[in-house]
Design a protein around this ligand. Sequence first.
Ligand SMILES: Cc1cc2nc3c(=O)[nH]c(=O)nc-3n(C[C@H](O)[C@H](O)[C@H](O)COP(=O)(O)OP(=O)(O)OC[C@H]3O[C@@H](n4cnc5c(N)ncnc54)[C@H](O)[C@@H]3O)c2cc1C
Length: 337
Amino acid sequence: MGAGPVGSHLAKEFALRDYRVLVLEKGEVGRPLKGTGHVSVDIFDHVPKDDDFVEKEIRGGVFHNRFGSYSFRRDEVTSYVLDRPKFDRSLFQRAKESGVEEVREGFVNCKHKRGKVIVETEEGTYETKILAGCDGPTSDVRVSAEFEKPGLFLHGIFTKQIEVGPIEQDYVEVFLDASKDFFGWKVPRTESFEYGLAVELGGDSRKALEEFADEENFHIADIHSGLIPILPPEKTTKGRVFLCGDAAGQVKPFSGGGLIYGLTAAEIAAEKIDPDDATTLSKYEAKWREELGDEIKFGNRIRKFYKLPFFLRAPFLWAGKRMSKNAHMDRPSTLLR
Ligand SMILES: Cc1cc2nc3c(=O)[nH]c(=O)nc-3n(C[C@H](O)[C@H](O)[C@H](O)COP(=O)(O)OP(=O)(O)OC[C@H]3O[C@@H](n4cnc5c(N)ncnc54)[C@H](O)[C@@H]3O)c2cc1C
């Protein structure tokens, strides 16, 4: 369910194991724009590199707060900025090439019946052995199958500042004081800079972006936004239904990045789940938590620092300066090494 990056990747992984896979998608793949697409180099452990969707190679970062700035630089590429619509479409294309069938219909509800799941869409009814809810942060599968919601939602908002001529900057900037709940970012793309920030759901993200624009002197043109689910619910499997990706809150709480955790969980699902044996869903639950659970918990501790009064956030910059050279952006626990 859902042809976002996680749903497409999961569908492809199951199809490669010779299962018949049907993807239900209610919208246009890659639209609306789902996020910045800033990912560590590990992304290419999950999908083959394709220059078509890599917009920028990143070699460093600058962290700002009102007391100063801290920057780091590496010789090698540390992360990439992806063109999200192209990335999402490429994963969907790979799924179809692996034999996945697609239906452009919106999911409405599901129920268990005699060892199967009956799925109702806006147009018809389907029967399946296993239903995967990869339908994003507001997951209709999650609601219909009565799973708990992720513990917290952020609202991310961003705008693009088109520049004249190609952008040379090859580092990302983080503004630790741009939001009272999170941080702001400036990310170089091919011909534009993306400025964005996140606030906790219920906060005024538009006002925060306007204040950020005044501070950093950028113009708010087009606005994109979306929810970022933080903290997975207690359970992500129930009977023959499971959640994966944003639907399951498999997101880095300290950065809002969900691509690598979601793709990782999709691979674990395909490895552990045998659609003929519903008891194997618990193996998926156990394994993804073993792989990502501690990093999510540790990442959430870091996120809580963003909520401190501004003058108490200064230690962040201090910590940044002492950050281990080997710290990994997907594994916050490496900061302690
Ligand atoms: C502002 C912002 C910035 C971000 N920046 C980054 C970043 O830099 N790096 C990073 O790694 N992550 C980032 N993320 C997070 C990232 O976008 C998500 O983690 C990622 O999109 C999750 O993929 P997914 O496939 O689980 O869900 P989605 O991408 O949300 O895909 C879900 C799919 O399900 C479909 N769907 C939903 N409901 C139904 C239904 N009822 N019936 C049928 N289909 C349905 C949707 O149309 C969609 O195609 C950001 C998010 C936001 C909001």
